[in-house]
Design a protein around this ligand. Structure first.
Ligand code: B1M
Length: 213
């Protein structure tokens, strides 16, 4: 079986040790990290999501797959973050309140760090107030929010509204992302941008700085 398919297969089955080893092997074979991520790990995770939706697998299976994904991300992290890049701007990032999904957010944070941004990662289940207070205290350039549940998306609007109330709107760019989020939703709630994946998140934030210069 092709290496990336093996990674996907083992991730779907929650075999974290095998996923970590195969990811190392893929790196040694000089497969680019974004290809390992997209065509191995994320491809596997999407199948896990489909099977979960169709009740073919259950929550503990999803947790095991998430654990395997995290092991592989630890292997890829040093390749995605390169030392010595000057800091280009400050991004406060987190998964919104009541949302425990953080794999995608972590990936976005790794890629932003790798592109030279200072990232303040607030973790998951982050209340709207926290995004606002940290962004203000830290003079952040960007607030990045992730949501994987349709039920937690409204928190994003709460943050935008609070930014307006606190006089941060327009000064701090607000970017949203996550599987159920869309460009239309971002526009509807008044966010500055929507990003569909990690690489696009980096490009989007870079474009904010081009606009400002
Ligand atoms: Co959950 N879960 N889950 N889950 N889970 C989904 C999201 C779901 C779609 C599965 C399904 O039914 N098909 C479904 C949501 C349905 C909906 O809202 N419409 C769901 C559900 C229902 C639930 C629970 C409610 C299940 C339950 O308890 N009955 C529960 C909720 C817990 C909570 O949050 N309160 C739950 C729990 C969990 C686990 C804890 C077991 C685990 C999360 C572990 C963790 O994150 N530490 C989990 C997982 C792993 C998933 C799936 C299978 C995979 C998510 C993932 O990590 N994908 C997911 C199905 C799916 O998405 N296919 C599912 C890989 C990751 C790299 O992609 O996060 O999309 P993603 O991030 C991408 C982009 O979206 C984007 O870039 C990333 C890289 O490409 N992106 C951004 C993300 N954030 C961004 C921010 C940006 C920019 C881009 O700017 C700031």
């Amino acid at each position: 079986m092709e290496l990336l398919k093996q990674i996907s297969f083992n991730l779907q089955n929650g075999f974290d040790e095998a996923v970590a080893e195969l990811t190392k092997e893929a790196v040694e074979k000089q497969i680019p990290p974004d290809e390992i991520m997209n065509n191995g790990l994320i491809a596997g995770m999407n199948i896990v999501g489909e099977k979960f939706k169709n009740h073919e697998i259950f929550l503990p299976d999803v947790l095991l797959a998430a654990r395997a994904m995290n092991r592989a991300m630890e292997v890829l992290k040093p390749l995605l973050i390169k030392d010595g890049i000057p800091v280009r701007g400050k991004v406060v990032i987190g998964s919104v309140k009541d949302d425990l999904h953080d794999i995608g957010k972590n990936l976005v944070a790794i890629l932003l760090k790798g592109a030279g941004f200072e990232v303040i990662d607030l973790g998951n289940d982050v209340p709207a107030e926290k995004f606002i207070s940290v962004a203000a205290e830290e003079n952040a350039h960007v607030i990045g929010m992730s949501a994987l549940l349709t039920t937690t998306m409204p928190v994003m609007k709460k943050v935008v509204d609070m930014a307006k109330d606190e006089g941060l709107y327009g000064k701090v760019k607000i970017m949203v992302g996550g599987a159920p989020v869309s460009k239309e939703f971002a526009k509807e709630i008044g966010a500055d941008a929507y990003s569909y994946d990690g690489a696009n998140a980096v490009e989007t934030i870079e474009s904010f700085f081009r606009e400002d210069s």
